[in-house]
Design a protein around this ligand. Structure first.
Ligand code: NAD
Length: 496
């Protein structure tokens, strides 16, 4: 078992090592020779310099992925790919602490949270290991029986481009890598420029586990250059994108050049609905952490908190009291529950929403300020709650992607559903009640890809998560996910 000193030493030697793109199994510089700095958002310090990718680098990576796809990787049996996934599982099990520490340094999330993601990463790998046999196809009966045998064969699509958001790469990367290793596809990953380190570390583990070179490649830096080049590349068969709606639209448009298959997972403005009969000991911390977890930088954050009028005042008082107990600070401290925002730009964006709320008529119930003192060099703001929010205010309509809750009252179930669904997004939603009939009616009524009852944010890879409306399409995990890495061939065999 590694000690803290071993883990720190490993992470620091990784940060000091030559970090570049990973193409064809080798760490390479950008073709342009350019690099960029990646910062620790808790301190503003430079953590490392990474390769600044452009279209030339993306093209090299796609070529490497194509060569690997057509090469020996295509001969690997499902059993061999399963064994590889289990070796990766075991290495991740041993070295997750290093990945968690890197993620905390790179994107600020508290170490207690990044450590907890181990279970999800390991479950994902174990799940994908069970899926290598699934692309089995079907033998079908048809009206030519006796003369023609018919079957559907499923084949790997080829090169998959994965474009990741910065808010959760430690989990997001496995959906791409696991899907590819399970099906025999290959991957070019473009992590977000603000959080690439855990992805670069992960590729080392894949090679250590025996993955052939070129099966997973990584190109770092700007989305508008490297991401766009990947999305528009004519030798990429599928794009899996996580990010904003504006970029998602561009990805879909770029896909038309070769009709590549696309999965787009985008933002949300999810409703969290608390009925008067709810268990408030559960609902208060649940509703708070549905937003303050990861500093509100969660796609499914329950930022529109609808509270039934009978408990509205009491709920705000308890929510405020709970929120004021939260410890905000550098995520390396295991006592910290909320870290910084990812960047100065994100801080300014979130503060723009906070400062604009009172002039629109909202009441600041808690927080609302940037933190100074020891935290002045980082991008910290207080967890923030607004009451007296109406549905037309900007804080109630737009995705803030920061630690800001808008509380809105409601009277009846019908009103709660009407307000909850009055959004262009459809990613998540939750209901807190002791009455299962109410809960099931809300599950039916909420128009979103994931709905939680008396809990928030759970995700099981075997069940998956999905989007609706502007939150996107394509399931992440769940029964249909593996098929999205495959295409079907309808085969007819003359047996006469
Ligand atoms: P973003 O759209 O700015 O960037 C996402 C990724 O796309 C990054 O890797 C970026 O480099 C790349 N990119 C940027 N411009 C591009 C272009 N023109 N072509 C191709 N790629 C491009 O989003 P963000 O700010 O990094 O992430 C926050 C958003 O992601 C929020 O809206 C959040 O809700 C959403 N998100 C959704 C999910 C989900 O599963 N639905 C999960 C996490 C985050």
């Amino acid at each position: 078992m590694n000690t803290h000193a071993d883990i720190d030493a490993d992470v620091h030697s990784f940060l000091k090592s030559k970090l570049g793109h990973v193409i064809g199994g080798r760490v390479v510089e950008a073709a342009s020779g350019k690099t960029f700095s990646t910062l620790n958002p808790a301190t503003g310090e430079v953590l490392a310099r990474l390769a600044q990718g452009d279209a030339t680098d993306v093209d090299r990576a796609v070529k490497a992925a194509r060569v690997a796809f057509e090469g020996p990787w295509s001969k690997w049996t499902p059993y061999e790919r399963q064994a590889l996934l289990m070796r990766v599982h075991d290495l991740v099990d041993k070295r997750f602490e290093e990945m968690a520490l890197l993620e905390t340094l790179d994107m600020g999330s508290p170490i207690t949270r990044t450590r907890n993601l181990k279970k999800i990463a390991l479950q994902a790998l174990a799940y994908f290991a069970t899926q290598t046999m699934n692309p089995s196809g079907q033998l079908l009966q048809n009206n030519m029986a006796g003369t023609v045998k018919s079957m559907i064969v499923k084949a790997p699509l080829g090169v998959v481009g994965g474009i990741l958001a910065w808010n959760n790469p430690l989990v997001g990367q496995w959906f791409l890598v696991g899907g590819a290793l399970a099906t025999g596809c290959t991957v070019v990953l473009k992590p977000a420029e603000l959080a690439s380190l855990s992805v670069l570390y992960m590729v080392n583990l894949l090679h250590e586990a025996g993955m052939p070179e070129g099966v997973v490649n990584v190109v770092t830096r700007y989305g508008s250059v490297a991401g766009a080049a990947l999305a528009g590349h004519n030798d990429v068969d599928r794009i899996v994108f996580t990010g904003s709606v504006a970029t998602g639209r561009q990805i879909v448009e770029a896909s038309t050049s070769n009709m590549k298959r696309v999965q787009v997972e985008m933002g949300g403005k999810s409703p969290d609905i608390v009925f008067a009969d709810a268990d408030l000991d559960l609902a208060v911390p649940g509703a708070a952490m549905a937003v303050f977890n990861n500093s509100g930088q969660i796609c499914t954050a329950g930022t529109r908190l609808f509270v039934q009028r009978g408990i509205h005042e009491e709920f705000i008082a308890r929510l405020t009291a709970f929120t004021q107990t939260l410890r905000v600070g550098n995520g390396l401290d295991p006592a910290v529950q909320m870290g910084p925002l990812i960047s100065q730009q994100q801080l300014e964006r979130v503060m723009g929403y906070v400062k604009g709320a009172a002039p629109e008529g909202a009441t600041l119930a808690s927080g609302g300020e940037r933190l100074g003192g020891d935290l002045a060099e980082g991008y910290f703001i207080q967890p923030t709650i607004f009451s007296n929010v109406t549905p037309n205010m900007r804080i109630a309509r737009e995705e803030i992607f920061g630690p800001v809750i808008s509380v809105l009252p409601f009277d009846t179930e019908d009103e709660a559903l009407r307000l909850a669904n009055a959004t262009e997004y459809g990613l998540g939603g939750a209901v807190w009640t002791r009455d299962m009939s109410t809960a099931l009616r809300m599950v039916d009524g909420i128009k979103a890809g994931s709905v939680w009852v008396n809990c928030y944010g759970w995700m099981d890879i075997g069940v998956g998560m999905a989007g609706y409306k502007l939150s996107g399409y394509g399931t992440k995990g769940g029964p249909g996910y593996i098929d999205s890495f495959l295409y079907e061939k309808c085969v007819y065999i003359n047996v006469t």
